[in-house]
Write a protein that binds this ligand. Structure first.
Ligand SMILES: *[C@@H]1O[C@H](CO)[C@@H](O)[C@H](O)[C@H]1NC(C)=O
Ligand SMILES: *[C@@H]1O[C@H](CO)[C@@H](O)[C@H](O)[C@H]1NC(C)=O
Length: 540
């Protein structure tokens, strides 16, 4: 049975009468960006999001039902849950859900239709838990590029897809700001991909956390430079309004001032402090009130399902039985009471026309404005065809780090520059954007050559094997030449002086290849190795 709002009310599931009067309008009018605001493309009305984060609770999932290694369930592929939840979301005045991990092997059609019919848009993260830019070992490679573009390919056909997050809280404090160039490169490349494919212009943005030491620089960084490289919107995950707070106590007055001149839309990509609990959601009146609506386009409450972290609006047991929590009722009442005042697209002339300046590099903010290259698989395939020593078939990726660490240690200073990932100096190896397997093959081949092709130099306890290179065709020859030959080259060298403001006397020498003497702490060397693995530093 398909529940309508009225049917739910009749069943006594909805406490407030206002829910029955929810204005029902299908989400078929796409959302577009103009200046610092979102609008419905056809009606020209401003769009404020009444969002809810909607992510399947893994503790209720039988993990043996999932493909090996998969650490998520895409809620948009679970039609039974959608049938159960969409009417409840609608009754909650929700007009948008945020989903965190799309399963590109399954169909989202049925849930997307239910959502659309209920007037609900979707904003989706492009990553998934196993495939995202690793803040401690960042890289932007073909593997991630394939994942992100596959999600775009899957969702672009739905009119009610409102936008994509190219990252969520990747740089989350001053210890990992060097990860941001890789995330911004993913923004740049996904915007270019949507354009190149001729898809509807679905905006691509980022969701940031609220770390006081880096939040300003993050907002500047993702907005600065050429518009093609920067975010189409800015999502802000913020939990500073707790209990009976106020604009002043929560700091939301300051946040509003800070974003008053931002030239793309800003919204809360997650909000809803849960201490004290249960939540009354008094912040809803502020967020959709006259002080904030000129700057913020609403927000997304974290989150629909109750999990161990106690942010739920409803709880569901193993059998699928749902219970509304008091947070649901409070939010339903608060959202029912707001009518944010918008402007018409036709009468809106954006005032914020200037992008922010890129943040200066300091002790706290280390990310270079210089971004890593776009993953280019044909070039990587050409390189692959020239390798003479490659990983053994089926060598597990977790074995890569040791071999890689040994080789780059042996090759010495600059020996691994061809695959360097140095977000602080803004220099990147021309093959740093290839898949881990090709990058390891690159390193193995470099080492094998350095040992003059001695058979023992391509063995590593049978973890590597000798292969014959094929003849380069002319297309490949050009590509490999452009990448600096099979040894590769550093891209972006020399640009650091301008982006970091270093004095000309200071050395710009990147330490990406300084393999012999890794400095203490989070050295670029360590980052390089860990990024190879796509894992954290723990592996070292
Ligand atoms: C920064 O974030 C990382 C990853 O979440 C965490 O491990 C680390 O302790 C944090 N460091 C600081 C200085 O807050
Ligand atoms: C050139 O060689 C590469 C690598 O072997 C291959 O992927 C590509 O298809 C070839 N291109 C042409 C035009 O033959």
């Amino acid at each position: 049975m398909k529940f309508t709002s009225a049917a739910i009310a009749a069943l006594g599931l909805v406490s407030s009468v206002s829910a029955v009067a929810v204005k029902k309008r299908a989400a078929t009018d796409p959302i577009v960006v103009k200046g610092s605001k979102f609008f419905h493309k056809n009606s020209g009305e401003q769009f404020f999001m009444n969002g809810v984060a909607y992510q399947t609770d893994l503790s209720l999932v039988d993990m043996s039902d999932l493909p090996t290694g998969q650490q998520f369930v895409d809620p948009l592929t679970d039609i039974e849950s959608c049938k159960r939840d969409v009417p409840l979301l609608e009754a909650l005045h929700t007009n948008l859900i945020r989903v965190y991990a799309i399963d590109t092997t399954k169909s989202q059609d049925a849930c997307m239709k239910l959502l659309s019919d209920a007037g609900i848009y979707v904003i989706a993260d492009l990553s998934e838990p196993g495939l995202s830019v690793n803040r401690d070992a960042p890289a932007w490679d073909h593997h991630l590029y394939e994942r992100y573009t596959a999600v775009i390919d899957k969702l672009q056909k739905y009119d009610n897809v409102m936008g994509f997050f190219a990252g969520n809280e990747v740089t989350n404090n001053k210890s990992n700001t060097e990860a941001s160039p890789f995330v911004k490169a993913s923004v740049r490349d996904m915007k270019a991909y949507i354009k190149e494919k001729g898809y509807r212009q679905i905006p691509v943005g980022y969701a940031t956390n609220d770390d006081e030491f880096v939040r300003d620089q993050l907002a500047d960084y993702f907005n600065c430079g050429p518009a093609e490289d920067s975010v189409d919107f800015w999502g802000y995950n913020i939990y500073s309004w707790c209990g009976q707070s106020s604009l002043k106590i929560s700091g939301w007055d300051k946040r509003t001032e800070e974003y008053a001149d931002y030239n793309v839309p800003v919204f809360f990509a997650e909000y809803g402090c849960n201490d004290p609990s249960p939540r009354k959601f008094t912040e809803v009146q502020a967020l959709y009130g006259d002080d904030m609506t000129p700057v913020f386009s609403g927000g997304i409450v974290y989150m629909y399902f109750e999990e161990a972290n106690k942010y739920g609006l409803v709880s569901v047991d193993k059998s699928g039985k749902l219970t509304k929590l008091s947070d649901y009722n409070s939010l339903e009442k608060q959202l029912g009471d707001v009518t944010p005042k918008g402007v018409k697209m036709s009468s809106y002339t954006p005032q914020n026309t200037k992008a922010r300046s890129c943040p200066a590099q300091t002790e706290t903010w280390k990310a270079s404005a210089n971004l890593p290259p776009t993953p280019d698989q044909p070039t990587c395939e050409c390189l692959r065809s020239q390798l003479t020593c490659v990983p053994a078939a089926n060598l597990a990726e977790k074995k890569y780090a040791d071999i890689f660490g040994y080789i780059c240690g042996q090759l010495g200073e600059d020996g691994c520059n061809g695959i360097a990932t140095d977000g602080a100096n803004g220099v990147y190896g021309s093959y740093s954007m290839c898949d881990a397997e090709i990058r390891l093959g690159w390193a193995l081949t470099q080492y094998y050559n350095s040992q003059n092709g001695a058979a023992s130099a391509c063995d590593f306890d049978r973890q590597a094997r000798v292969v014959s290179p094929s003849t380069l065709n002319s297309t490949c020859e050009k590509m490999v030449d452009a990448a600096g030959g099979t040894a590769g080259k550093l891209l972006g060298e020399g640009s650091t002086a301008t982006s970091s403001g270093k004095s000309s006397g200071e050395s710009d020498k990147p330490n990406a290849g300084s393999c012999l003497t890794p400095p203490a702490g989070l050295s670029t060397f360590a980052v390089l190795i860990a990024s190879f693995l796509g894992m954290g530093m723990m592996m070292l």
